[in-house]
Design a protein around this ligand. Structure first.
Ligand code: IPE
Ligand code: IPE
Ligand code: MG
Length: 261
């Protein structure tokens, strides 16, 4: 796969600020391989990965992206060895504690999607107050996908809707795309425009299955701990080179069609 330029000044100059993706989502992959390639334990890669999170949150805010969703821990990642899960939870807690001021000062609203009730109290105790305290901020929305799975999110939405139907609040045939989507929290900030995966794998791994239905996909070999501003700009530039059609064809002049998803 082609490796992007590492010159961030050149890369940002080629980004069209008028046509930014509104919602960028990232599958932050490759921490373990980054560490192992240098003879270190996988957990060191997760620590380096948390520095990359800081970098990319800051760069996205500066660029003007309105929503950034980061896949930090999947529902399936609970199946990793206990010590790795514990290290990830500790890093998450550290991140939330140390970034608090930076998020607030930069007007960043923090949200979490996923089965957050599965997270240990040590994480929830810092996550919940931070979400409350930043709920009014509108510079950018940072969503952390934690204990998240796209299928699980769709199942949870289906259950909530089924309960409403059973309670007689809703007719089954009133469930349309818009109503269903209103029960899918990861798209509260809009559907995904650009989905990036680092680490070389070309798969979705149960990330935003609903919201990414028409996302532009960008895969890079760069391992997440090495992902920097220039890689982000490169991904945005690639997005800007795509033609989004949403299943349509070019409208003819005498058939004006508003091309929107
Ligand atoms: C991504 O890096 C972080 C999480 C999934 C939590 P990995 O830990 O998956 O790293 P690789 O893919 O094994 O290199
Ligand atoms: C996806 O990466 C999950 C996160 C980045 C949090 P994984 O490393 O868990 O995905 P697979 O196992 O390669 O599909
Ligand atoms: Mg991985």
């Amino acid at each position: 796969m082609e490796q992007p330029s590492r010159d961030s000044a050149t890369a940002v100059a080629t980004v069209d600020l008028q046509r930014l993706p509104q919602h960028v989502a990232i599958i932050m992959d490759g921490n373990g391989r980054w560490a192992q390639a240098q003879g270190h334990l996988r957990t060191l890669g997760h620590r380096e990965g948390s520095h990359a999170v800081r970098r990319i949150v800051r760069a996205s805010r500066r660029l003007g992206v309105k929503a950034l969703t980061l896949f930090a821990f999947s529902e399936q990642n609970w199946l990793r060895p206990g010590h790795e899960v514990a290290a990830l939870m500790e890093l998450l807690r550290e991140y939330l504690v140390t970034e608090r001021d930076e998020l607030v000062d930069n007007g960043i609203r923090l949200r979490a999607v996923g089965r957050v009730d599965r997270l240990p109290p040590s994480v929830r105790d810092v996550l919940e107050p931070l979400m409350r305290d930043t709920a009014h901020l509108d510079g950018m929305t940072l969503t952390l996908a934690l204990s998240y799975g796209g299928r699980e999110e769709i199942l949870d939405a289906t259950r909530r809707l089924a309960e409403r139907v059973l309670a007689g609040e809703l007719a089954a045939d009133a469930i349309d795309e818009a109503l269903f989507e209103a029960h899918v929290p990861s798209v509260d900030v809009g559907r995904v425009d650009l989905l990036v995966r680092t680490g070389g794998e070309q798969r979705i791994s149960n990330f935003l299955l609903w919201g990414a239905a028409y996302a532009e996909l960008h895969f890079t070999e760069r391992l997440w701990p090495d992902f920097d501003e220039s890689d982000l700009y490169e991904a945005v530039r690639a997005y800007q080179g795509r033609e989004r059609r949403f299943g349509r064809v070019e409208p003819r002049p005498y058939e004006p069609v508003e091309v929107r998803e």
